[in-house]
Design a protein around this ligand. Sequence first.
Ligand code: PLP
Length: 411
Amino acid sequence: MLPALRDRYAELQARGLRLDLTRGKPSAEQLDLAEPMLSLPGVGVHTDADGVDVRNYGGLDGLPQLRRIFAELLDVPVEQLLALGNASLTLMHDAVAYAFLWGVPGSERPWGREEKVRFVCPVPGYDRHFAVCEAFGIEMVTVPMTPDGPDVEAVAALVADDPTVKGLWVVPTYANPDGAVVSEAVARRLVSMPAAAPDFRIFWDNAYAIHHLTENETKTANAIDLAAEAGNPDRVLMFASTSKVSFAGAGVAFFASSPANVAWYKKHLSVQSIGPDKVNQLRHALFFGTADGVREHMRKHRQILAPKFAAVTRILAERLGDLGVASWTDPQGGYFVSLDVEPGTAARVVQLAKEAGIALTPAGATFPYGQDPEDRNIRLAPSMPPLAEVEVAMDGVATCVLLAAAEKAAH
Ligand code: PLP
């Protein structure tokens, strides 16, 4: 077994590959879908549907014309939705920064004056959420992910007893990296569970709300409404963006929450900014036209992405299917496949892949501080390379998984 795998790995290395499955970036083909946007709004077109001259200062909330489109898609009232800069990660970071400097509605003091602040982090999760926590010195407490979202009983137990737990990260739709979708029941429990901290917040990062890989266009549970119904109207801060709808570097990011949280966010934002890039927002509104225009556009993304995801799961099944050395997710949307290999071999798999010219996300990246306690999880991001390269890369990854497992068994 081991010598045969070593031979196969040597053949892989001899191919001199240079393939990259590290980050969930859209491919050039996907970016081309929005290329006509680059000539919008166009010379002489600088007034939005409400008569605002988008070239000038002002309009802190973002362009109503664009907010109306995304309010429908994100299922929130337009008055509770802000259209802001190009990255939702900035908004998440700033929400945490505002909370640390000034507290949130309901805080007894700014979070920065608390002796300790903890966040519950479902794992595997998104590395940049963990990076925000790390930057602010927030202690991260992990809970497992399930196919219905975070392990809600584990979350509820932590939140109920510990007043230092101020936050919870949730990617409710097609989570990064395991593709899980928060069920209505889990959403209800998360927004209604008792919290020891009066200013506990759920950072509801709906980055993949409309990024379906199948015809079944899953609808995200409406956490903001459910929280209000449960008597915790200020619990949920929602984030989203068009980073993987239009241009990853030049999209529009959104913040939605209760009226009190939106007023809080705007109060602090208004010191930082006189208004967002309304020219870009008008460009988006003109290109998409309506919420259905966005949905139609996302189906074009799906046509490009779905075959790549299908290739990943097909090749993993063909090469590793019956061998009991790995398991993986079959996401119905989003940008990632989560691969669990033999415990203790994830870092070795990533190293073997690297030495064969296949760049994978570092092992451990899906855990706080980059430390996967079982050294088991690998995040695969097949969106960026062309389909033929995804196929070659995944066959190579399968060889690395098998070789690392055989090495472990031989020790
Ligand atoms: N949230 C999640 C869960 C992501 O996976 C990503 C990008 O990979 C982002 C947020 C980044 O969003 P933005 O480009 O709007 O900052």
